[in-house]
Write a protein that binds this ligand. Sequence first.
Ligand code: HEC
Length: 151
Amino acid sequence: MRLLVKSGVATVLALGLSACGGSGSAPSGGASASATPAAAASALPSATASVAAADAAPADFAQCKACHAVEAGKNGIGPSLAGVFGRKSASVEGFAYSDAAKKLGVTWNEGNLDKWLENPMKMAPGTKMTFAGIADKARRDAVIDYLKTLK
Ligand code: HEC
């Protein structure tokens, strides 16, 4: 969440430092600067990935991670989002969906994910996803683009 975003920024800064250190001006400074991104990379692979590809894990996804895992088979307060794009709604095994979610009967695509993320409680009154929604269309699009990458 916040930690993830901060670490992503720290990684960028550290990579920047390491690039400067790489010019060879200060051997000791260069060594400590290059140790930092390595540590960050092993602790937070997804933060590193989001640095590599700017459109992965948009900032708004930090909110989703409070309730959703992206690993298959891992349910939290919400169901795993692995493979959610193109999947039938309310179909994650072992997750106790609300009746509202079960009644949706959609296959998640750009159109209905956009509606869901704008206001899940309006699309499915009674849903357990107590999330106010993302008002900005471009920000919803960024999250949906990221959901497509989750396998
Ligand atoms: C407060 C916790 C919470 C937050 C925050 C949250 N969700 Fe959810 N989400 C849930 C729950 C719980 C469900 C199951 C809904 C139900 O059963 O009514 C769900 C369901 C979903 C579904 C439908 C999954 C399926 O299998 O049909 C999608 C897609 C989804 N969430 C995406 C997101 C995204 C993207 C975000 C961030 C923008 C987000 N959620 C934020 C709790 C949350």
